[in-house]
Design a protein around this ligand. Structure first.
Ligand SMILES: [Zn+2]
Length: 376
């Protein structure tokens, strides 16, 4: 099931809103009607303020995205969720200058919006907006100046919060990019991740002591984000220039379209393989893929006499022997599969690449980095 609704498309980027977003509107309506003490009016004000806040979040993500597109990075979509927005893009280039500009574009958009709103406030002769005290007083008031001060401070907060030097915040990327001007990408990531986890620890402690569970949750989120970013980069560094052809399972067991599911069961039990390429009758051309999950589902619904062709996947996730192992791993992650068929340009089967093959290669190369060098 797809939980996102498409809002609009700009420069090829689909902007979508996640259905759980409704939750934050309900929460905003409730909180604002209580805190302003203005019942329905307060609730409507809360919804309007939150929607406008998410316009700022969208512009922040578009800031990253437009900068990324400038460097030829494909941006698939932007999804708005209660926790904020996420721009899903291809891997960001390792060039520190490009990463720096892409990362900082988001927060700069928020500072720009804040400056604009302060300007508007001044023009409307609500000079009070500039003084901190007055800003605090007008916050949470059901009025135009209340809305203006809310959005101004929210944008300042968004910009500053995202500049915290910790992955997965933009500040983490800024820090890595700055470090990478002097160090290697892998080393810079390692240091940036450590600093990010230090921040997460402080943030978590602070949240714990002040009883703010939101902060604790954010801290855990930052801690894991930093760890993941670091792991991803280190894996890439270790796998180096290794290609799919060097670690794939050669001459894997195969099925043919007319084979019965009982044949697949027999192969699954008697070999260490769990996913099988399915070939066209009497040729080496691939017609489909039968994973363990497909097999279980087929046995349940059709029984063991059914033919493989009836339940195999026709959309085959594939790679080529010359593709970098790291890129193939990314492909597995994005297409949510544990196996890729390795094909030549005539769609003939050369081998099978599984998550296990990659893990095995990784473990060997951690112990003996020379293997990665020799593999080149
Ligand atoms: Zn950002």
């Amino acid at each position: 099931m797809n939980w996102s609704i498409k809002l609009f498309k700009i420069k090829g980027i689909e902007v979508k809103v996640h259905l759980t977003f409704v939750l934050i509107l309900v929460w905003a309506a409730y909180r604002w009607s209580i805190s302003t003490g203005e019942g329905i009016q307060g609730a409507l004000f809360g919804i309007a303020a939150t929607l406008l806040l998410f316009v700022s979040v969208t512009l922040h993500e578009l800031g990253h995205s437009f900068q990324a597109i400038k460097y030829g990075v494909k941006v698939r979509d932007i999804i708005l969720m209660p926790m904020g927005g996420v721009a899903q893009m291809e891997e960001i280039p390792e060039d520190p200058n490009k990463e720096l500009r892409i990362a900082i574009a988001g927060p700069l958009v928020n500072f720009g919006i804040a400056a604009l709103l302060i300007g508007i406030g001044t023009l409307l002769n609500a000079r009070a907006l500039i003084s901190l005290e007055e800003l605090r007083d007008s916050l949470g008031q059901v009025s135009w100046s209340g809305l203006l001060s809310y959005l101004t401070s929210a944008n300042l907060m968004l910009g500053l919060f995202n500049l915290i030097p910790a992955f997965p915040m933009d500040g983490g990327r800024v820090l890595r990019a700055l470090l990478a001007k002097k160090l290697t990408h892998a080393r810079a990531t390692q240091i940036a991740a450590k600093i990010g986890q230090g921040f997460a620890l402080l943030l978590g402690l602070w949240g714990f002591m002040s009883g703010s569970w939101t902060l604790v949750i954010i801290a855990i989120f930052v801690w894991m984000g930093a760890g993941q970013e670091n792991q991803g980069v280190q894996v890439k560094h270790i796998l180096g220039e290794t290609t799919v052809g060097q670690v794939m399972t050669r001459s894997p067991h195969v099925l043919q379209v007319n084979d019965s599911l009982s044949k697949a069961v027999e192969l699954t039990l008697s070999t260490s393989q769990a996913d099988f390429p399915v070939l066209e009758w009497g040729s080496n051309r691939v017609a489909g893929l039968l994973t363990e999950t497909d097999l279980l589902r087929g046995l349940q619904s059709l029984g063991s006499d059914a033919a493989v062709r009836e339940i195999m996947q026709m959309r085959i996730p594939f790679t080529s022997p010359s593709e970098l192992l790291h890129a193939a791993q990314q492909k597995m992650l994005t297409s949510r599969t544990r196996v890729l068929l390795v094909l030549n340009s005539e769609s003939e089967l050369l081998g099978l690449l599984t998550v296990n093959d990659i893990n095995e290669a990784y473990r060997l190369m951690v112990v003996s980095p020379k293997l990665a060098v020799n593999a080149r």
